[in-house]
Design a binder for this molecule. Structure first.
Ligand code: NDP
Ligand code: BG6
Length: 513
């Protein structure tokens, strides 16, 4: 099937996509992400017969593990984290081809050992295989791994053939613009861009992909999708969880790096971009880059476009939750934000004057991610002077990314009765009701897409840089002022007062998702 006919928006997890024989090497194989997401994804792909017949899994890490030990850990991870129960047949097919190589991330001889290990797989199989390297380690070793993949000849393997090597790189992609550029330079010194798959797992979510289908497969939205009809856009990615055991990572990261720079900016890009010329990876990514580059630099400082806060103690689901500064591994005077909100302006013909509000936080009232398109208020004049109030609600179209995935529209309706009284009502569509609830997880889609060579749902290097360009001045400013301006919100609430102030400038308020 031609590349242009194979993109995920049209074909999804189709059985006909046919990944070539592949060896997937996971760097950081004993880690949390491998256990919680990657191994279950491989199991579920095997369950759905979406893996190529000749599929091999190689774990790589510094920990000394026997093949059997790694297989045992993987089976345990499936039992604990997979959306499907461990299926002995599906897992058995993978386990029979699963092995482990111990080695450091900056040791060239260990990579040569890995290369020999994969060569031996090819020899035993009697044919060549595609090599897909999944870098699931802390970011500090992304660059050494990439350099060693180059030095050991693994990166260039089968170049110029459909079996060329590929690399999936986990987030965070850098910690600011300079480090993202540096990482891109390192990657480009070893790999061509079409070998590189930068993960943002939000793009693998069904509802995020549906955003494009809703926008471009329905004729009713496009005429309204602009400054003439839309008053503001709110993008919320709220989490109920706190930092948990990830304090060490989170202290270095914070909400802006962890969630805003990547996940929420991607949601913004898909919401605001122009219609692409086609649905192939480059057309979509070109449009995303254009809109990211059209965002005006943020005004930073008091009364600027950004708010940040940390959660304080509170109640979540009837249980007491400690504040961020009392979590394990967090400095008592930490100036890492667990919440960030931004007011963005997009300087182009379509969006000039329409504020885009982004917010994300941990320990918020509940887990809820949504994109809300607030339309301009209808004129109430037609109903004025009647017997009741005519405070007509603005129409809001909201995409519920998760949980309770769906789409809803708020409309004003007449309340039955002799007097003309209006009430906003919600018209809803729920994926679970229409399609059932056991849909593929993001990582299943993304691992498969990388295997078949489809980069649509991955971040291109220039996209990552465009987003960092916007966020880096904010991070620099926050670093320079320490804790000054750090607001607080109770765990279990919808965020800090300073986030409300951001919206008040335009007489707006945050929606409760
Ligand atoms: P872990 O901290 O669990 O590390 C993964 C593995 O990397 C470890 O098992 C260890 O293996 C090795 N490792 C750990 N620390 C170091 C170090 N300082 N230097 C070199 N190697 C180290 O990470 P996660 O699995 O949580 O995350 C992996 C990647 O995925 C990260 O980039 C993270 O940002 C990203 N990610 C993680 C998510 C999650 O929920 N966990 C969610 C989204 C993204 P060994 O000692 O055997 O070498
Ligand atoms: C990850 C962040 O990228 O996304 C985590 O590092 C966050 O801090 C997670 O919890 C949220 O993902 P999801 O799919 O659960 O919304």
């Amino acid at each position: 099937m031609a590349e242009s006919q194979r993109h995920p928006f049209l074909h999804g997890l189709s059985k006909h996509r046919g990944a070539p024989p592949t060896v997937v090497v996971i760097f950081g194989a004993s880690g949390d992400l491998t256990a919680r997401k990657l191994i279950p994804a491989v199991h579920n792909l095997s369950h759905d017969s979406l893996l190529p017949a000749d599929f091999y899994l190689v774990g790589y890490g510094r920990k000394a593990l026997l093949d059997d030990e790694f297989r045992g850990m993987a089976a345990e991870a499936i039992r604990e984290f997979s959306r499907r129960e461990l299926n002995p047949e599906a897992w058995g097919r993978v386990a029979a081809h699963t092995s482990y190589v111990a080695g450091g991330y900056d040791e060239r001889p260990a990579f040569e050992k890995l290369a020999a290990h994969i060569d031996a797989i090819e020899q035993k199989l009697g044919r060549e295989v595609q090599r897909l390297f999944y870098i699931s380690t802390p970011p500090s070793v992304f660059a050494p791994i990439i350099i060693n993949l180059g030095a050991s000849g693994l990166a260039g393997k089968h170049l110029g053939t459909p079996l060329h090597s590929k690399v999936i790189i986990e987030k965070p992609f850098g910690k600011d613009l300079a480090s993202a550029r540096e990482l891109n330079r390192t990657i480009r010194s070893v790999f061509a861009e079409n070998q590189v798959y930068r993960i943002d797992h939000y793009l693998g979510k069904e509802t995020v992909q549906d955003l494009l289908v809703q926008r471009f497969a329905n004729a009713i939205f496009e005429p309204l999708w602009n400054r003439n009809f839309i008053d503001s856009v709110q993008i919320t990615v709220a989490e109920e969880v706190g930092v948990g055991m990830r304090g060490g990572y989170y202290e270095q990261s914070g909400c802006l790096r962890d969630m805003i720079q990547n996940h929420t900016m991607q949601l913004l890009a898909l919401t605001a971009m122009e219609p692409p010329g086609s649905l192939d990876a480059e057309s979509i990514r070109d449009e995303k880059v254009k809109v990211l580059n059209a965002i005006q630099p943020l005004t930073i400082g008091p009364a600027g476009d950004v708010a940040r806060a940390q959660y304080a103690m509170g109640m979540i689901g009837g249980k007491a939750a400690v504040g961020y500064l009392d979590e394990a591994g967090i400095a008592v005077d930490s100036n890492t934000e667990t919440y960030a909100a931004l007011r963005l302006s997009i300087n182009n013909w379509r969006w000039q004057g329409v504020p885009f509000y982004l917010r994300s936080g941990k320990r918020m009232a509940r887990r809820a991610s949504e994109i809300a398109i607030n339309f301009r208020r209808p004129p109430g004049t037609l109903f004025a002077g009647q017997t009741t109030r005519f405070d007509l609600a603005a129409n809001t179209l909201s995409f519920q990314i998760q949980p309770d995935e769906g789409l809803s529209l708020i409309l004003n309706t007449k309340v039955p009765g002799l007097e003309t009284r209006t009430q906003p009502v919600k018209m809803s569509f729920r994926y679970a009701t229409t399609f059932g609830s056991n849909t593929a997880e993001a990582y299943e889609r993304l691992v498969l897409d990388a295997m078949v060579g489809d980069g649509t749902l991955f971040i291109r290097g220039d996209e990552a840089e465009a987003s960092w360009k916007l966020c880096t001045p904010v991070l620099d400013y926050w670093r320079s002022v320490g804790r000054s301006g750090m607001d607080a919100y109770s765990a279990g609430s919808w965020g800090p007062p300073s986030a409300d102030v951001l919206l008040a400038k335009h007489h707006h308020g945050w929606r409760q998702p």
